[in-house]
Design a protein around this ligand. Sequence first.
Ligand SMILES: C[S@@+](CC[C@H](N)C(=O)[O-])C[C@H]1O[C@@H](n2cnc3c(N)ncnc32)[C@H](O)[C@@H]1O
Length: 471
Amino acid sequence: MVVFRRSPMGLLHYARQPVSRSVFLESQRRLLSLTSCRYNNSHIDDNKNKKKLKNVFQANSNKVVRKPKTKEELARERFEEQLKSPNRFVRWGAIARSEKFSKGMTKYMIGAYVIFLIYGLFFTKKLFAKDKELERLLKKQEEGNANEYETLRIKELKGKLRRRDELKLEEYKKMQEEGVENFDDIQVQNFDQNKLNEQILPARDTTNFYQGKAGEYDKAINMEEKVIFLGKRRKWLMKHCQGDVLEVSCGTGRNIKYLDMSRINSITFLDSSENMMEITHKKFREKFPKYKKAAFVVGKAENLVDLAEKGKPSLENESEKQVKYDTIVEAFGLCSHEDPVKALNNFGKLLKPDGRIILLEHGRGQYDFVNKMLDNRAEKRLNTWGCRWNLDLGEVLDDSDLELVEEKRTHLGTTWCIVAKRKGDAKKKGELGFVEKYLQSSIRKRMESFEKNDSTESKKELGPITPVSKS
Ligand SMILES: C[S@@+](CC[C@H](N)C(=O)[O-])C[C@H]1O[C@@H](n2cnc3c(N)ncnc32)[C@H](O)[C@@H]1O
């Protein structure tokens, strides 16, 4: 079958092109349906209809009749256009949808999954090896035989190295590279930041400073605290208060509004500045006018044990009635103490078994650029606020007799949220981390069972040696 189709090049020029029979029939059918539709409702009789139809047919016979594209074809065309699009995002989108790409991706995905599995296996093995090493070193430490390197390695394995520890460990690793294997008789020099860094100013008695500052303290600090959303942290600190509570360095009582007295049996406030304490007393009485079990003590945290002795009721069975606390809290106090380590040790001495010490403090951050900034303004800060804001609190905490349960840091590491307990007291259920609670023990059990199986298998393989009889 041959039809004439108008050439795209010119109106008068007709090219003779072969068209398949099915295409031709389809075009005729569509034309007929079009015309019949147009004439269906007219009141012209059949003959007239046929005549008109013939005319229409003849009139349209020289037009190109194209088969309409299916949805799939249109989508395909659009997709091919997108593949050539000058806009790279459209082009990449089209490539990502292409069949070739998705086939390739499946291969990559399988590959990545295999790599992930292999990595997971090595990771678990490494974790187990670290766990074993930690166990061995802890045992040695318990027996009192761990050398300094091993103590530092314990900290490294627990992810609790301070700056001074990192510097020490570097020295030990240098020695290791030089071939030294036993560090039993070796002790590397100390790199204490709080002693060696001259920009961390020496501790001092700040009582007089706060005596003078008390009147303007709240007004001056309000804005700074709002900017860094400190209210949220204070809330965190005070939500731990339960039972018999001691707040050290209470200042002007800025934490009082976060107290939940329904969980508290008694509360004692301590501060070295009388003027600061007066403001605390006023705020507390305004909020809880009828609360009876509250005490307001002016004194230093460094003398806390003596103060507690003095406050002790003189009863026959004194040891039973020792003044001890379930919760000891302190906010931004360590930076203004004369001897922060002594103060922390006193907290430990006055803590009931299972009691907790909760600290909200500020100190050195986690980044060098932050610490430089703190160092450069350390003197100005001390003169304005009476505190050493660039103190390495990690060192202070590690030098104390306390054991950390939780250490969270915000504001680029400069705000320290600490939960501590007496050494030897067990952790509470809620204080165990996910790894500690579930993974470590299960990995250990599983690996130990593998080890047991391996050793029994190897014993079986060796078996009893049967004597070979000579004939
Ligand atoms: C920076 S202010 C913090 C006050 C309050 N805790 C707060 O969060 O706003 C430090 C407070 O610690 C007190 N302080 C300084 N040295 C102290 C010490 N050795 N024992 C007890 N309190 C002390 C000061 O009097 C002052 O009230």
